[in-house]
Design a protein. Structure first.
Length: 415
Protein backbone atom coordinates (compact mmCIF):
# COMPACT_ATOMS: atom_id res chain seq x y z
CA UNK A 1 0.00 0.00 0.00
CA UNK A 2 1.13 3.57 -0.77
CA UNK A 3 0.78 5.24 2.62
CA UNK A 4 0.95 8.71 1.00
CA UNK A 5 -2.43 7.90 -0.52
CA UNK A 6 -3.95 6.90 2.85
CA UNK A 7 -7.13 9.02 2.87
CA UNK A 8 -8.08 10.96 5.97
CA UNK A 9 -9.84 14.07 7.21
CA UNK A 10 -8.26 16.50 9.68
CA UNK A 11 -10.38 18.97 11.59
CA UNK A 12 -8.72 21.66 13.67
CA UNK A 13 -10.25 22.59 17.00
CA UNK A 14 -8.21 24.71 19.36
CA UNK A 15 -4.99 23.43 17.82
CA UNK A 16 -6.00 19.76 18.12
CA UNK A 17 -6.90 17.28 15.41
CA UNK A 18 -9.56 14.59 15.16
CA UNK A 19 -8.29 11.95 12.77
CA UNK A 20 -10.76 9.77 10.85
CA UNK A 21 -10.67 7.01 8.31
CA UNK A 22 -12.36 7.86 5.03
CA UNK A 23 -15.10 5.94 3.27
CA UNK A 24 -12.43 3.94 1.46
CA UNK A 25 -12.07 1.72 4.53
CA UNK A 26 -15.65 0.55 4.31
CA UNK A 27 -16.43 1.48 7.91
CA UNK A 28 -15.52 4.78 9.59
CA UNK A 29 -14.49 5.22 13.16
CA UNK A 30 -13.17 8.50 14.64
CA UNK A 31 -9.92 8.30 16.53
CA UNK A 32 -10.04 10.22 19.80
CA UNK A 33 -7.46 12.87 20.54
CA UNK A 34 -4.53 11.25 22.31
CA UNK A 35 -3.83 12.26 25.92
CA UNK A 36 -1.19 14.91 26.64
CA UNK A 37 2.42 13.77 26.47
CA UNK A 38 4.91 14.53 29.22
CA UNK A 39 6.06 18.13 29.17
CA UNK A 40 2.65 19.58 28.40
CA UNK A 41 2.78 19.15 24.64
CA UNK A 42 -0.41 17.55 23.41
CA UNK A 43 -0.12 14.66 20.96
CA UNK A 44 -2.06 15.40 17.78
CA UNK A 45 -1.12 19.10 17.92
CA UNK A 46 1.01 20.82 15.30
CA UNK A 47 2.56 24.24 15.05
CA UNK A 48 0.56 26.90 13.25
CA UNK A 49 1.21 27.15 9.59
CA UNK A 50 2.30 23.56 9.23
CA UNK A 51 -1.09 21.98 8.63
CA UNK A 52 -1.03 22.82 4.96
CA UNK A 53 2.31 21.17 4.46
CA UNK A 54 1.99 18.00 2.44
CA UNK A 55 4.70 16.11 4.33
CA UNK A 56 2.83 16.60 7.59
CA UNK A 57 -0.33 15.22 5.99
CA UNK A 58 1.63 12.16 4.96
CA UNK A 59 3.05 11.79 8.46
CA UNK A 60 -0.43 12.19 9.89
CA UNK A 61 -1.62 9.40 7.61
CA UNK A 62 0.99 7.08 9.06
CA UNK A 63 0.04 8.10 12.59
CA UNK A 64 -3.62 7.38 11.84
CA UNK A 65 -2.73 3.92 10.54
CA UNK A 66 -0.79 3.10 13.72
CA UNK A 67 -3.59 4.43 15.89
CA UNK A 68 -6.11 2.33 13.97
CA UNK A 69 -4.05 -0.79 14.50
CA UNK A 70 -3.76 -0.15 18.21
CA UNK A 71 -7.49 0.44 18.50
CA UNK A 72 -8.39 -2.83 16.64
CA UNK A 73 -8.38 -1.05 13.30
CA UNK A 74 -10.59 1.26 11.31
CA UNK A 75 -12.07 -1.80 9.57
CA UNK A 76 -13.82 -4.13 11.97
CA UNK A 77 -12.37 -7.61 11.61
CA UNK A 78 -14.87 -10.36 10.77
CA UNK A 79 -13.64 -12.31 13.77
CA UNK A 80 -14.59 -9.51 16.15
CA UNK A 81 -18.33 -9.71 15.38
CA UNK A 82 -20.82 -12.24 16.66
CA UNK A 83 -20.69 -15.46 14.60
CA UNK A 84 -23.74 -16.01 12.42
CA UNK A 85 -24.79 -18.00 9.38
CA UNK A 86 -27.59 -17.03 7.00
CA UNK A 87 -29.32 -18.99 4.23
CA UNK A 88 -30.03 -16.53 1.41
CA UNK A 89 -31.10 -18.97 -1.30
CA UNK A 90 -33.62 -21.48 0.01
CA UNK A 91 -34.32 -24.67 -1.98
CA UNK A 92 -37.83 -25.83 -2.73
CA UNK A 93 -39.71 -28.18 -0.45
CA UNK A 94 -39.44 -31.83 -1.41
CA UNK A 95 -42.59 -33.29 -2.98
CA UNK A 96 -44.69 -35.75 -0.96
CA UNK A 97 -43.02 -39.15 -0.85
CA UNK A 98 -44.64 -42.48 -0.10
CA UNK A 99 -42.76 -45.60 -1.02
CA UNK A 100 -39.11 -46.47 -0.83
CA UNK A 101 -37.87 -46.07 -4.41
CA UNK A 102 -37.91 -42.35 -5.21
CA UNK A 103 -35.32 -40.56 -7.39
CA UNK A 104 -33.27 -38.08 -5.38
CA UNK A 105 -33.86 -34.44 -6.31
CA UNK A 106 -31.18 -31.87 -5.59
CA UNK A 107 -31.00 -28.09 -5.54
CA UNK A 108 -28.55 -25.32 -4.67
CA UNK A 109 -28.46 -23.81 -1.22
CA UNK A 110 -26.32 -20.78 -0.45
CA UNK A 111 -25.80 -17.99 2.02
CA UNK A 112 -23.18 -16.09 3.98
CA UNK A 113 -21.51 -16.14 7.38
CA UNK A 114 -20.13 -13.42 9.66
CA UNK A 115 -17.75 -13.49 12.58
CA UNK A 116 -15.72 -16.17 10.82
CA UNK A 117 -12.57 -17.51 12.40
CA UNK A 118 -9.75 -19.21 10.49
CA UNK A 119 -10.52 -22.82 9.60
CA UNK A 120 -14.30 -22.54 10.01
CA UNK A 121 -16.58 -24.09 7.40
CA UNK A 122 -20.26 -24.73 6.69
CA UNK A 123 -22.18 -27.96 7.29
CA UNK A 124 -25.64 -28.37 5.71
CA UNK A 125 -28.50 -30.65 6.81
CA UNK A 126 -31.93 -31.27 5.36
CA UNK A 127 -34.94 -32.72 7.12
CA UNK A 128 -37.63 -34.88 5.54
CA UNK A 129 -39.19 -36.17 8.77
CA UNK A 130 -38.06 -36.16 12.38
CA UNK A 131 -34.42 -36.62 11.45
CA UNK A 132 -31.83 -34.25 10.02
CA UNK A 133 -29.69 -35.74 7.23
CA UNK A 134 -26.15 -34.56 6.50
CA UNK A 135 -25.69 -33.25 2.96
CA UNK A 136 -22.34 -34.29 1.48
CA UNK A 137 -21.83 -32.72 -1.92
CA UNK A 138 -19.27 -34.81 -3.84
CA UNK A 139 -18.80 -36.91 -0.73
CA UNK A 140 -17.57 -33.97 1.36
CA UNK A 141 -19.65 -32.90 4.39
CA UNK A 142 -17.88 -29.53 4.68
CA UNK A 143 -18.41 -26.47 2.48
CA UNK A 144 -15.65 -23.88 2.30
CA UNK A 145 -16.43 -20.22 2.92
CA UNK A 146 -15.43 -17.95 0.05
CA UNK A 147 -14.68 -14.22 -0.07
CA UNK A 148 -16.97 -11.90 1.87
CA UNK A 149 -18.26 -14.87 3.83
CA UNK A 150 -20.24 -16.39 0.94
CA UNK A 151 -20.86 -20.15 0.70
CA UNK A 152 -22.73 -22.42 -1.70
CA UNK A 153 -23.39 -26.15 -2.02
CA UNK A 154 -26.02 -28.64 -3.19
CA UNK A 155 -28.59 -30.49 -1.11
CA UNK A 156 -31.28 -33.09 -1.50
CA UNK A 157 -34.71 -31.56 -1.27
CA UNK A 158 -36.37 -31.62 2.15
CA UNK A 159 -39.03 -29.81 4.09
CA UNK A 160 -36.49 -27.84 6.16
CA UNK A 161 -32.81 -26.96 5.89
CA UNK A 162 -30.07 -26.12 8.39
CA UNK A 163 -26.67 -24.46 7.97
CA UNK A 164 -24.01 -24.75 10.69
CA UNK A 165 -20.86 -22.67 11.06
CA UNK A 166 -18.32 -25.13 12.51
CA UNK A 167 -14.62 -25.35 13.26
CA UNK A 168 -12.15 -28.09 12.34
CA UNK A 169 -12.88 -30.12 15.51
CA UNK A 170 -16.55 -30.72 14.67
CA UNK A 171 -17.48 -34.21 13.45
CA UNK A 172 -20.99 -34.02 11.94
CA UNK A 173 -23.25 -37.07 12.36
CA UNK A 174 -24.75 -38.45 9.17
CA UNK A 175 -28.19 -38.41 10.79
CA UNK A 176 -29.50 -36.75 13.93
CA UNK A 177 -32.87 -36.15 15.56
CA UNK A 178 -31.74 -32.83 17.03
CA UNK A 179 -29.34 -30.19 15.75
CA UNK A 180 -26.33 -29.43 17.98
CA UNK A 181 -26.23 -26.55 20.43
CA UNK A 182 -23.76 -23.69 20.09
CA UNK A 183 -20.40 -24.79 21.44
CA UNK A 184 -18.25 -27.92 21.07
CA UNK A 185 -17.13 -26.94 17.60
CA UNK A 186 -20.37 -25.21 16.50
CA UNK A 187 -20.25 -21.39 16.27
CA UNK A 188 -23.69 -20.70 14.74
CA UNK A 189 -26.81 -22.53 13.55
CA UNK A 190 -29.56 -21.34 11.20
CA UNK A 191 -32.69 -23.19 10.03
CA UNK A 192 -35.15 -22.30 7.29
CA UNK A 193 -38.27 -23.90 5.82
CA UNK A 194 -38.21 -25.02 2.20
CA UNK A 195 -39.97 -22.86 -0.36
CA UNK A 196 -43.46 -23.96 -1.27
CA UNK A 197 -46.04 -26.03 0.58
CA UNK A 198 -44.67 -28.77 2.80
CA UNK A 199 -45.92 -32.33 2.36
CA UNK A 200 -48.43 -33.44 4.95
CA UNK A 201 -47.46 -36.61 6.80
CA UNK A 202 -49.72 -38.66 9.08
CA UNK A 203 -49.62 -37.45 12.68
CA UNK A 204 -47.60 -39.68 15.01
CA UNK A 205 -49.51 -41.42 17.73
CA UNK A 206 -48.66 -42.49 21.27
CA UNK A 207 -49.55 -45.94 22.56
CA UNK A 208 -48.96 -48.06 25.65
CA UNK A 209 -47.26 -51.41 25.31
CA UNK A 210 -45.91 -53.65 28.10
CA UNK A 211 -46.31 -50.87 30.64
CA UNK A 212 -44.27 -48.32 28.63
CA UNK A 213 -45.23 -45.37 26.46
CA UNK A 214 -44.16 -45.47 22.82
CA UNK A 215 -44.43 -43.05 19.87
CA UNK A 216 -44.82 -44.06 16.24
CA UNK A 217 -42.56 -42.78 13.46
CA UNK A 218 -44.06 -41.03 10.46
CA UNK A 219 -42.87 -40.02 7.02
CA UNK A 220 -39.83 -41.11 4.96
CA UNK A 221 -36.86 -42.49 6.92
CA UNK A 222 -33.75 -44.32 5.77
CA UNK A 223 -33.06 -47.73 7.31
CA UNK A 224 -30.17 -49.91 6.13
CA UNK A 225 -29.79 -47.73 3.03
CA UNK A 226 -33.47 -48.13 2.15
CA UNK A 227 -35.93 -45.27 2.18
CA UNK A 228 -39.22 -46.37 3.73
CA UNK A 229 -42.37 -44.40 4.40
CA UNK A 230 -43.51 -45.03 7.98
CA UNK A 231 -47.23 -44.87 8.62
CA UNK A 232 -48.63 -44.84 12.19
CA UNK A 233 -51.63 -46.80 10.89
CA UNK A 234 -49.32 -49.82 10.60
CA UNK A 235 -48.84 -49.96 14.39
CA UNK A 236 -51.42 -50.98 17.00
CA UNK A 237 -51.84 -52.84 20.29
CA UNK A 238 -54.54 -55.55 20.38
CA UNK A 239 -56.89 -56.44 23.22
CA UNK A 240 -54.41 -58.91 24.68
CA UNK A 241 -51.75 -56.21 24.89
CA UNK A 242 -49.59 -57.48 22.03
CA UNK A 243 -47.91 -55.03 19.64
CA UNK A 244 -48.54 -55.43 15.90
CA UNK A 245 -46.17 -54.06 13.25
CA UNK A 246 -47.17 -54.26 9.60
CA UNK A 247 -45.83 -53.53 6.12
CA UNK A 248 -48.84 -52.52 4.05
CA UNK A 249 -49.57 -51.33 0.53
CA UNK A 250 -48.29 -52.71 -2.75
CA UNK A 251 -44.93 -53.15 -4.53
CA UNK A 252 -45.34 -49.65 -6.00
CA UNK A 253 -46.05 -48.03 -2.64
CA UNK A 254 -45.12 -49.88 0.55
CA UNK A 255 -45.44 -48.29 3.98
CA UNK A 256 -43.61 -49.53 7.08
CA UNK A 257 -43.97 -49.48 10.88
CA UNK A 258 -41.83 -48.23 13.77
CA UNK A 259 -42.23 -47.29 17.43
CA UNK A 260 -39.77 -45.58 19.75
CA UNK A 261 -39.74 -45.90 23.53
CA UNK A 262 -40.40 -42.54 25.20
CA UNK A 263 -37.46 -42.64 27.56
CA UNK A 264 -33.93 -43.97 27.83
CA UNK A 265 -33.00 -47.11 29.74
CA UNK A 266 -29.50 -47.98 30.91
CA UNK A 267 -27.54 -51.12 31.68
CA UNK A 268 -29.71 -54.17 32.19
CA UNK A 269 -31.57 -56.94 30.37
CA UNK A 270 -33.81 -56.17 27.39
CA UNK A 271 -36.20 -59.00 26.44
CA UNK A 272 -38.51 -59.22 23.43
CA UNK A 273 -41.12 -62.01 23.24
CA UNK A 274 -41.88 -62.35 19.52
CA UNK A 275 -44.31 -64.61 17.66
CA UNK A 276 -43.05 -66.65 14.69
CA UNK A 277 -41.11 -64.58 12.13
CA UNK A 278 -40.02 -67.29 9.69
CA UNK A 279 -43.00 -66.42 7.48
CA UNK A 280 -41.48 -63.01 6.68
CA UNK A 281 -40.52 -62.53 3.04
CA UNK A 282 -36.77 -62.30 2.29
CA UNK A 283 -36.82 -58.49 1.96
CA UNK A 284 -38.84 -57.79 5.13
CA UNK A 285 -36.73 -56.68 8.10
CA UNK A 286 -37.67 -56.72 11.80
CA UNK A 287 -35.22 -54.92 14.08
CA UNK A 288 -35.21 -54.73 17.89
CA UNK A 289 -32.55 -52.16 18.73
CA UNK A 290 -31.23 -49.42 20.95
CA UNK A 291 -30.29 -46.27 19.05
CA UNK A 292 -29.17 -42.78 20.02
CA UNK A 293 -30.78 -40.28 17.67
CA UNK A 294 -28.43 -37.49 18.77
CA UNK A 295 -25.13 -39.37 19.04
CA UNK A 296 -22.44 -39.45 16.36
CA UNK A 297 -21.96 -42.25 13.85
CA UNK A 298 -19.12 -43.60 15.96
CA UNK A 299 -21.32 -43.87 19.01
CA UNK A 300 -25.00 -44.39 18.35
CA UNK A 301 -25.05 -46.80 21.31
CA UNK A 302 -26.62 -49.22 18.89
CA UNK A 303 -27.22 -52.82 19.90
CA UNK A 304 -29.19 -54.76 17.27
CA UNK A 305 -31.27 -57.88 17.03
CA UNK A 306 -32.12 -58.20 13.33
CA UNK A 307 -34.59 -60.76 11.97
CA UNK A 308 -34.36 -60.89 8.18
CA UNK A 309 -32.89 -62.79 5.23
CA UNK A 310 -31.85 -59.45 3.73
CA UNK A 311 -33.31 -60.08 0.30
CA UNK A 312 -32.03 -63.63 -0.25
CA UNK A 313 -34.14 -66.80 -0.34
CA UNK A 314 -31.47 -68.99 1.28
CA UNK A 315 -29.82 -67.00 4.03
CA UNK A 316 -29.45 -66.79 7.79
CA UNK A 317 -32.39 -65.06 9.40
CA UNK A 318 -31.10 -63.56 12.66
CA UNK A 319 -28.17 -61.28 13.44
CA UNK A 320 -26.65 -59.96 16.65
CA UNK A 321 -24.80 -56.68 16.08
CA UNK A 322 -22.83 -54.23 18.17
CA UNK A 323 -22.54 -51.37 15.70
CA UNK A 324 -20.59 -50.67 13.59
CA UNK A 325 -21.48 -53.92 11.85
CA UNK A 326 -18.41 -53.93 9.57
CA UNK A 327 -16.13 -54.83 12.51
CA UNK A 328 -15.91 -58.66 12.28
CA UNK A 329 -15.92 -59.10 16.06
CA UNK A 330 -19.18 -57.14 16.32
CA UNK A 331 -21.37 -59.34 14.13
CA UNK A 332 -22.91 -62.82 14.52
CA UNK A 333 -25.42 -64.47 12.16
CA UNK A 334 -27.39 -67.73 12.42
CA UNK A 335 -30.71 -69.41 11.62
CA UNK A 336 -33.72 -69.60 13.90
CA UNK A 337 -36.51 -72.19 13.65
CA UNK A 338 -40.24 -71.66 13.40
CA UNK A 339 -42.24 -70.71 16.46
CA UNK A 340 -42.39 -68.06 19.15
CA UNK A 341 -38.97 -66.96 20.40
CA UNK A 342 -37.53 -64.72 23.09
CA UNK A 343 -34.68 -62.47 21.95
CA UNK A 344 -32.68 -60.63 24.58
CA UNK A 345 -29.44 -58.93 25.48
CA UNK A 346 -27.84 -58.25 28.83
CA UNK A 347 -25.98 -54.92 28.68
CA UNK A 348 -23.16 -54.46 31.20
CA UNK A 349 -20.05 -52.27 31.41
CA UNK A 350 -17.63 -53.57 28.80
CA UNK A 351 -19.77 -56.43 27.53
CA UNK A 352 -23.17 -57.37 26.16
CA UNK A 353 -24.63 -60.89 26.06
CA UNK A 354 -27.16 -61.69 23.33
CA UNK A 355 -29.44 -64.72 23.58
CA UNK A 356 -32.27 -66.36 21.65
CA UNK A 357 -34.43 -69.05 23.25
CA UNK A 358 -37.59 -70.91 22.35
CA UNK A 359 -40.88 -69.95 23.96
CA UNK A 360 -40.83 -67.44 26.79
CA UNK A 361 -37.32 -68.42 27.82
CA UNK A 362 -38.51 -69.19 31.36
CA UNK A 363 -40.22 -72.56 30.99
CA UNK A 364 -38.37 -75.80 31.74
CA UNK A 365 -38.81 -77.05 28.17
CA UNK A 366 -37.38 -73.91 26.55
CA UNK A 367 -33.97 -74.24 24.98
CA UNK A 368 -31.23 -71.82 23.98
CA UNK A 369 -30.87 -71.49 20.22
CA UNK A 370 -27.88 -69.16 20.32
CA UNK A 371 -25.95 -67.02 22.76
CA UNK A 372 -22.99 -64.75 22.22
CA UNK A 373 -20.94 -62.40 24.40
CA UNK A 374 -19.46 -59.26 22.82
CA UNK A 375 -16.59 -57.46 24.55
CA UNK A 376 -15.32 -55.30 21.67
CA UNK A 377 -16.66 -51.81 21.13
CA UNK A 378 -19.47 -52.13 23.68
CA UNK A 379 -20.88 -48.63 24.25
CA UNK A 380 -21.95 -47.10 27.54
CA UNK A 381 -25.59 -45.95 27.88
CA UNK A 382 -26.59 -42.31 27.50
CA UNK A 383 -29.40 -41.02 25.25
CA UNK A 384 -30.31 -44.24 23.41
CA UNK A 385 -33.90 -45.48 23.18
CA UNK A 386 -35.47 -48.81 22.23
CA UNK A 387 -36.89 -48.90 18.70
CA UNK A 388 -38.98 -51.66 17.13
CA UNK A 389 -39.19 -51.52 13.34
CA UNK A 390 -40.61 -53.54 10.46
CA UNK A 391 -39.56 -52.24 7.04
CA UNK A 392 -38.60 -53.14 3.48
CA UNK A 393 -35.01 -53.82 2.38
CA UNK A 394 -35.11 -52.58 -1.21
CA UNK A 395 -31.67 -53.78 -2.29
CA UNK A 396 -32.37 -57.48 -1.98
CA UNK A 397 -32.43 -59.97 -4.84
CA UNK A 398 -36.05 -60.91 -4.05
CA UNK A 399 -38.35 -57.86 -3.94
CA UNK A 400 -41.19 -57.79 -1.46
CA UNK A 401 -44.42 -59.10 -2.97
CA UNK A 402 -47.02 -59.06 -0.20
CA UNK A 403 -47.92 -57.34 3.04
CA UNK A 404 -46.05 -58.67 6.09
CA UNK A 405 -46.86 -58.51 9.78
CA UNK A 406 -45.21 -59.46 13.07
CA UNK A 407 -46.55 -59.65 16.61
CA UNK A 408 -44.47 -58.79 19.66
CA UNK A 409 -46.20 -60.20 22.72
CA UNK A 410 -44.14 -58.48 25.37
CA UNK A 411 -41.17 -56.24 26.10
CA UNK A 412 -39.33 -56.47 29.42
CA UNK A 413 -36.51 -54.46 30.96
CA UNK A 414 -34.69 -55.76 34.03
CA UNK A 415 -32.07 -53.42 35.56
Amino acid sequence: MDWTQFPLSIFRRDGKFILCCSQHTGRSRSASVLPPAPGGVARGQFRKGSVEHTSILRSAGSIVFVVCLVMVGCRTSSTSSVPSVVVSKVPATSPPVQGQEVPDQTSTIEGYATGIRPGERIVVYNRTDGRWNLQSASGQPFTNIESKGRWQTSTLLGIEYAALLVDSTYNPPVQTERLPNIGTGVAAVSTVKGQGPAPIFPSPKTLNFSGYEWTTSTGPIFHAGSRNFFDPANVWVDKSGALHLRISGSPEKWSAAEVKLNGSLGYGTYRFHVEDTTHLEPSAVLTLVTWDGIGTERNRRELDIELSRWGFVDNTNEHYVVQPYYVPANFVRFRVPEGALTHSFRWEPGQVTFSTTTGSGDSPGDRVINQHVFTSGVPSPAGQTVRLSLYVFVRGQVPLQHENEVVIDKFEYLP
